[in-house]
Design a protein around this ligand. Structure first.
Ligand code: SAM
Length: 430
């Protein structure tokens, strides 16, 4: 941290280095960051600060990759700083959110289309509507009949009224947030838990109102983003691939990589797939696509050969210690880091020699054993031809740490180590 205090302030505002990475009072929802919540998001000032820090070391940098882009925080900030940004995520909902957050839309066109949509979304039209109601397993468990009716109505109006594909994606994201808010789930949780009976009986969400309010917030957020992107060399590109392959992303292309990978498999850490499932069902994804996300993410599939060595002493020590309590758990942890190592290998192929990387991670605890993911990332990267430049640490402000916002939903897996985030900065030697 001391190094930050030494940085001269001769850079334009966007390139200044933060002196303190905690950002306790930061507005994390400004601009298009207001679009759709997502689990374990990086906060915008961290993305902004890291990109600026890497650019200070490498001022000629033009391209930026986030192979685990989630909702696209890094891509938004990279595009705002004039970089050619590419993102990737295997979760289809993440790809949609990131696209909506990184696509500027002319204000007049947006107003015109949304006004047209608005005139259709009246309580009177809703009560007389007799269109198709989508079917999917569990629908009536997660949604009350009147909520299902209203959601189906909004979905039909979005499809009928919005001709511009970008505006439709934006409206679908407002719809997806409405799905979550109007569902019988306990809001603020990433996993799907049903409201207790007493709360459910009193739960009568104003579905049209929720959608309209959300849409209005997005419209406002896009206004500032449009201005920021006026001089962008190109809009961010987002693909949906396994980070262990990345075949549709150009090789040896990127000067910078900034990313926050998952900290463990989705089942025991952050349930990205469960968080997305109801939205994906309502957005028309097949049951197979909507329900298998968590199994496809890092650490989600059995099958890696556990005899293959992972080039990290910290992983080996951690697995050894966990195995003495619970060998099955040790194997799951092993599989996750094995997948992470494969992802680092694939990501490395995308970088130019001399490229700079910043990984943002939090360390997790399994069976009371702390897994130092920041040290593990460093060790895995060294084995793939990187040199380590520095580690930075930030305290995750308390207000972001209640269970609802915690990076994990697993009891006993939060604790002291989750109150800090580590940022590991490396250079790829080539
Ligand atoms: C910590 S989140 C990234 C959050 C992001 N920085 C943001 O601000 O929204 C990690 C992401 O990795 C994705 N992911 C996990 N395994 C993956 C894989 N094998 N390939 C691609 N993406 C994966 C998850 O879907 C999740 O969106």
């Amino acid at each position: 941290m001391d190094g930050f205090l030494m940085i001269p302030t001769r850079f334009p505002l966007s390139l200044q280095q933060p002196e303190n990475w905690d950002f306790r009072e930061a507005d994390t929802k400004e601009g298009t960051h207001v679009i759709h919540s997502y689990p374990a998001m990086m906060i915008p000032p961290v993305a902004r600060g890291l990109i600026a820090r890497l650019r200070k070391i490498k001022p000629e940098a033009q391209s930026l990759l986030d192979p685990f882009c989630g909702a696209g925080t890094v891509l938004v900030e990279g595009a705002r700083q004039g970089l050619i940004a590419w993102g990737n995520d295997l979760n289809p909902l993440a790809v949609r959110i990131a696209s909506a957050r990184t696509t500027p839309i002319a204000e007049e066109v947006l107003s015109r289309e949304l006004n047209r949509l608005d005139t259709q979304l009246t309580p009177c039209a809703l009560s007389g509507w007799r269109g198709t109601i989508p079917e999917f397993a569990g629908r009536d468990f997660w949604f009350k009949p009147e909520v299902t009716h209203a959601l189906a109505f909004i979905r039909a109006q979005i499809a009928a009224q919005l001709t511009n594909a970008h505006i439709r994606t934006l409206a679908e994201m407002a719809f997806s947030e409405t799905v979550r808010l109007a569902s019988n789930t306990r809001n603020g949780e990433f996993k799907l838990y049903r409201l207790p009976a007493a709360k459910l009986a009193a739960f009568h969400p104003d579905v049209l109102g929720l959608f309209r309010q959300t849409m209005r917030r997005y419209q406002e957020g896009l206004r500032t983003f449009n201005i920021d992107l006026q001089n962008a060399p190109a809009l961010p590109r987002i693909v949906r691939e396994d980070a262990r392959s990345l075949t549709s992303i150009p090789d040896h292309f990127f000067d910078l990589m900034v990313s926050s990978p998952p900290y463990g498999d989705s089942r025991t850490t952050v349930a990205y797939g469960q968080f997305s499932r109801l939205s994906l069902e309502w957005l028309g994804f097949s049951p197979e696509q909507a329900r298998t996300v968590d199994r496809q993410l890092l650490g989600g599939r059995p099958g890696s050969d556990p005899t293959l060595a992972i080039p990290s002493l910290a992983v080996q020590q951690g697995i050894h210690a966990i195995a003495s309590h619970d060998p099955v758990r040790a194997r799951q942890v092993y599989l996750f880091y094995h997948d992470l190592d494969q992802a680092i290998e694939a990501i490395t192929r995308k970088l130019k020699p001399g490229a700079l990387c910043a990984w943002v991670v939090a360390n997790r605890t399994v069976k009371r054993i702390v897994l130092p993911t920041h040290a593990i990332i460093r060790e895995l990267s060294l084995a793939h031809g990187y040199e380590w430049l520095e580690d930075l640490t930030r305290n995750i402000p308390n207000k972001r740490m209640p269970l609802s916002n915690s990076p994990t939903n697993v009891q006993g897996e939060t604790g002291a180590t989750m109150t800090q985030e580590h940022m590991v900065i490396l250079r790829y030697r080539g």
